[in-house]
Design a protein around this ligand. Structure first.
Ligand code: SF4
Length: 242
């Protein structure tokens, strides 16, 4: 986790300490003193890990999605992942298995990743909410807010080079964005974190033309990863020689 910078700017959100120890992470842009103190306290207490987060998610009852789920779906991948993919919510297959992106949309994503040369081991995959909304409805604002702390902790732990946002729900939840079609394929930087915006792989099931869109966007992601790796390599060579 990056050291937190305190400033006394005004805070627009309230802190709900009793709801969840890490609820503070729901407001990552906040720099107020109160949030900063709690952030540090949470960090010092935490000894956090992906396994710890997963076990909390599996037992979580913070929102009503816990009542209808079969299995919570924390996410899949290594702490060393270079990229985090964030979708909307688990679907039927994910709810059955407890693993993200294992249905048709997941197989499409795997296929496109292979095609553009991104290794699955370089990727951590998760969703905005970790439990399936009944009937695959879009998760509500209250459910997204309740679940956000888990996602923010995963991002803090992995510290990815870039986050790939899959679809409109993830786009609006993370970046407050509206039109996925207008913004897909773009890499943007927010608070020091890079993001690539693209469509959700499930969209390609109903519109096969969108497969090319997904492939184009993930090619951009692949090139960006290679670019960052080359920069790392070159800056290392400055120190150790060729
Ligand atoms: S969706 Fe998130 S907040 Fe809601 S019960 Fe599942 S893990 Fe908890």
């Amino acid at each position: 986790m990056q050291p937190y910078v305190f400033t006394a700017s005004s805070c627009k959100s309230s802190v709900r300490r009793k709801t969840h120890q890490y609820y503070i992470y729901a407001y990552p842009g906040c720099r107020c003193l109160e949030h900063g103190r709690i952030m540090v306290a949470a960090h010092n207490l935490s000894n956090d890990s992906l396994e710890k987060i997963a076990s909390e998610v599996i037992g979580c009852r913070l929102c009503k999605l816990s009542r209808s789920r079969k299995n919570a779906v924390p996410g899949d991948g290594q702490a060393s992942a270079k990229v985090i993919f964030i979708g909307e919510a688990p679907g039927k297959n994910e709810d059955e298995t407890g693993r993200p992106f294992v249905g048709i949309a997941g197989r499409i994503l795997d296929g496109v990743l292979r095609k553009v040369g991104i290794e699955r081991s370089d990727v951590f995959i998760t969703n905005i909410v970790k439990c399936r909304p009944p009937g695959n409805r879009v998760p509500g604002d209250d459910e997204r807010a309740a679940c956000r702390a888990y996602l923010d902790r995963q991002i803090s732990l992995i510290a990815p080079r870039i986050i790939c946002i899959l679809g409109a729900t993830a786009y609006s939840s993370i970046l407050g964005g509206k039109s996925i079609i207008e913004n897909r394929g773009k890499i943007i930087k927010r608070n020091g974190q890079k993001y690539l915006i693209t469509i959700h792989p499930a969209a390609t099931i109903y519109n096969r033309n969108l497969l090319h869109v997904l492939e184009d966007d993930l090619s951009i992601l692949s090139r960006e990863i290679k670019k960052m790796e080359n920069l790392d390599r070159n800056s290392l060579l400055d120190y150790v020689g060729d």
